[in-house]
Design a protein around this ligand. Structure first.
Ligand SMILES: *Cc1c(COP(=O)(O)O)cnc(C)c1O
Length: 825
């Protein structure tokens, strides 16, 4: 059965399952772990995995409806029918891993295991490019390197391959043994050791030893001799293996990097291997890239790739981007540009990202021929067509001879072109209006020309939003609260400056329970963008009630006047019979909006007399949840809140959700989480609570470019008012951001720094409306280079401090003319 799955009996034996039920299916070709990705139900076995936030067993009834007959579960579910087979095991993840190990054992070609703290994915991708001209290579999709990602990677192996590149990542002791059992690599690459995921390890030594377990059965091991910890550990543990080291300092190393000379962002390398010296140009000059490239090259040389091929490939090597970028395009469209991997798994990821986008009525996919090895072509294009139909893609455009050849497989509305240029000349005739367009092409098809054609041209200041980091932050807070506690995500003020539909879509995809906006208009915009989640409107003014009712938005009611007005509006519109949800706001000390304690009896009486509204929730807001010195006051607020909420709930005679905690409240007062929490700034990676910060990932990066560089002499002044006068010859840069973009005027005159090519550069002189000037005197920089305002190197906290405000104001103050670009890692 090499290469083609398992019979039910084989499968049950491998995972030592108890079998319930009988099926006529004789063959299982696919294992499914994500119910959304079903393509061939008849030959699929679904593995019901449990995670902190989800339980795959929940999807079984739905999958049965869609035709799946085999399930690997950890108990016998209630749904039963003659034709359904349940393979019951104690641990479904272990079962998946056993199957992966068995699958891998069918192949004799070399499997390369890649681990280390950083650079795994880059090394894998570059190595793939270096090996591709000579070998049929299969590799882990994206950064699939976890306990679940590794099995999914291994299931891609086929007998037509000649080498497999598999990433392994761990965060805890004990995990590597399981990965090793599956990958069982013949070759190993150890990239480096750092402090990522250090919290679960006692020492860096322990973490290193754990990672090196991946290579316990490998024969060949590639590493860098200049990392003392790594090289010492490898020599201690694995002196019996073929150790292949590269070095900058030791001429005796297998591969010796003799010299590196940087010229205009390109490096000139002299590499010595087996007594021969090779001279290569590499278009990347930073330290991390050098290290990653040397790991790849060292492996390739020893594996038998010719130095000529290596030279050719490295000359054109590009940084690896794992991003799926979402941008606004001309004519009410959005673009997702993904030129990364084109293996089936990555295509699925991109299609799923497209499926999340509801802000336009239509979805379009433009895709080139797929350079892929292993899977038979017809099968591949058939399953691609199926994936497209399943995700309700409205229009498909295939480019290239292969797409042409298999065009009959695509049943959805579509068009096919032999070349990219043929497509571009037809671009305006194609039905691409009002759509979200996924563009996915192999590099040789130069799809950037299509992107340029469609993209909105705006000035070069961009706010990048990392949707994966947002999801990370969301999940962090979800893990803090009890599983049954609901989560309301605050998307007021353009989602704290980061966007409407794009953010709401991802929150909807991740199944938050509620959204909250400040104004009815914001809610309407979300409904128009396809958001179906319940939405609470906080500043619900009376004029907006009709619109709110029409769009199923739920008002925050904070006084008698608005309560009465809302009830009247419902009556006027004839909306009686099924009560409209409202949210009662209580003032317990913030003194902003809300009913006060003495009002509550009267409030209850009005509510009891109004069957056309139903209280969905009762809530209040803490005034100082981030301030330890206000503990007594805050507890007082919470106690009062609980007292009033209890009184109302009892009086109403039905359950209402209670919520009082915002982001800092979740960090500091978790015991009072109630039925729901309201997550705001934390979602965007910022916390006023110091101890929370290490757990959050920054979501936004504000960047611009250098428009002009000039040299000024001692005595010359810069910007309005001549507040800055040079006392020596200086190089200064003008950057394309000013106070109209949200870069505050108070940040000028040396107060703030920006980050350019590895250097902090102070802002000099006054900040202008659209521009400001920075000191580039000792910095290697050119016009057009990127400038980070905040992001990885300069935090929003820092900018807020220097502007004497808080991160909330910085984030929400970024002007709407700054283009937002979204990406998923
Ligand atoms: C903005 C807001 C929140 C969220 O606050 P964060 O500090 O951003 O978490 C919660 N509740 C109410 C009523 C708000 O207005």
């Amino acid at each position: 059965m090499q290469n083609s799955g398992w019979s039910p009996v084989e499968l049950a034996a491998i995972i030592e399952a108890e079998v319930y039920g009988k099926s006529s299916t004789q063959h299982i070709a696919q294992l499914l772990t994500d119910s959304r990705r079903l393509t061939f139900p008849a030959e699929t076995a679904f593995v019901a995995l449990r995670s902190l936030k989800n339980d795959g067993h929940r999807y079984i009834p739905d999958l049965i409806k869609r035709g799946v007959r085999f399930f690997i579960t950890d108990h016998l579910p209630e749904v039963q029918s003659e034709q359904i087979v349940f393979l019951v095991v104690s641990d479904t993840l272990r079962a998946l891993q056993k199957l992966a190990a068995e699958w891998r054992s069918r192949f004799e070609f070399p499997v390369v295991g890649i681990t280390g703290s950083n650079g795994k994915t880059v090394v894998k991708e570059w190595l793939y490019q270096v090996l591709m001209p000579q070998f049929s290579v299969v590799r882990s999709p994206r950064s699939y390197n976890s306990q679940i990602g590794v099995p999914l990677s291994l299931f891609q192996l086929r007998s037509t391959h000649e080498i497999a590149l598999i990433e392994a990542g761990i965060s805890q002791v004990g995990e590597m043994d399981k990965l090793e059992e599956m990958i069982h690599p013949d070759w190993g690459i150890m990239t480096n050791i750092g402090t990522a995921h250090q919290e679960h390890f006692e020492s860096i030594q322990l973490k290193l030893d754990e990672k090196l377990k991946l290579f316990q059965h490998a024969k060949h091991l590639v590493f860098c001799d200049d990392q003392p910890l790594v090289s010492e550990a490898i020599r201690r543990l694995y002196s019996d293996k073929n150790l292949i080291a590269w070095s900058r300092y030791k001429e005796s190393a297998s591969v010796f990097l003799k010299s590196e000379k940087i010229k205009k962002g390109c490096v000139h390398w002299e590499v010595v291997w087996k007594g021969e010296t090779y001279v290569w140009n590499v278009p990347l000059s930073d330290q991390a890239s050098t290290e990653n490239m040397m790991h790849s090259i060292t492996f390739a040389l020893e594996f038998g790739v010719s130095p000529e091929v290596i030279g050719e490939v490295v000359k054109g090597i590009e940084p690896v981007s794992m991003r799926l970028e979402l941008k606004k395009a001309r004519g009410n469209r959005s673009l997702i540009n993904d030129t990364y991997n084109s293996d089936p798994e990555s295509i699925r990821i991109a299609l799923d990202f497209l499926a999340q986008q509801n802000q336009h009525p239509r979805k379009v996919v433009i895709m080139s021929d797929v350079e892929q090895s292993g899977v038979e072509e017809l099968t591949f294009y058939k399953s691609l067509a199926e994936m497209l139909s399943e995700r309700s893609v409205d229009f498909f455009i295939g480019v290239g001879p292969k797409m042409h050849e298999f065009k009959r497989e695509f049943e959805l509305p579509s068009a096919f072109y032999q070349s990219t240029s043929a497509l571009i000349s037809d671009l305006n005739l194609l039905p691409l209006q009002e759509s979200c367009i996924l563009i996915k092409g192999a590099r040789s098809f130069e799809f950037e020309h299509i992107v340029n054609n469609l993209e909105e041209k705006v000035h070069q200041t961009v706010l990048e939003i990392n949707l994966s980091a947002l999801a990370h932050n969301l999940n962090h807070f979800r893990k803090l609260v009890k599983p049954e506690t609901k989560l309301m995500a605050m998307v007021k003020a353009y989602a704290y400056g980061s966007g409407n539909a794009e953010i709401a879509n991802i929150l909807q995809f991740h199944k938050v329970d509620y959204l909250a906006v400040a104004y009815a208009d914001e809610g309407v915009a979300l409904r128009n963008a396809g958001i179906t989640l319940p939405i609470m409107v906080m500043n619900a003014d009376i004029e907006g009630f009709e619109t709110m009712i029409e769009y199923h938005l739920e008002p925050e009611i904070f006084n008698f006047k608005s309560l009465q007005a809302f009830i009247n509006t419902l009556h006027r519109m004839g909306k009686i019979g099924s009560p409209h949800p409202i949210h009662i706001k209580l003032d317990t000390g913030m003194h902003r909006l809300g009913f006060e304690e003495p009002d509550t009896t009267a409030l209850l009486n009005v509510l009891l007399a109004s069957p056309d509204v139903r209280v969905a929730s009762v809530f209040s807001h803490l005034a100082a949840s981030d301030d330890d010195s206000e503990l007594e006051f805050t507890k007082g607020q919470i106690e009062q809140f609980i007292r009033i909420a209890e009184f109302l709930e009892q009086g109403l005679g039905y359950g209402v959700l209670r919520h009082i905690l915002n982001s800092s409240g979740i960090s500091n007062y978790l015991n009072y989480q109630g039925d729901m929490v309201r997550l705001g700034i934390g979602l965007y990676g910022i916390s006023p609570v110091f101890s929370e910060r290490p757990h959050l990932r920054p979501v936004s990066k504000l960047r611009t470019i250098i428009s002009q560089i000039r040299t000024i002499q001692a005595g010359d002044s810069v910007s309005y008012g001549r507040t800055f006068v040079a006392n020596r010859t200086m190089k200064i840069g003008t950057i394309a951001i000013g106070y109209a973009d949200g870069f505050r005027r108070s940040l000028g005159n040396g107060v703030a720094d920006v980050y350019v090519n590895g250097n902090r550069c102070p802002v000099i002189g006054r900040v202008c409306m659209d521009m400001c000037m920075i000191d580039l005197t000792d910095v290697d920089a050119q016009e057009g280079d990127e400038v980070e305002i905040f992001g990885e190197h300069i935090s929003v906290y820092e900018i807020a401090d220097k502007a004497q405000t808080i991160p909330y104001e910085i984030l929400t103050g970024i002007s709407s003319r700054v283009k937002r670009v979204y990406y998923q890692e």
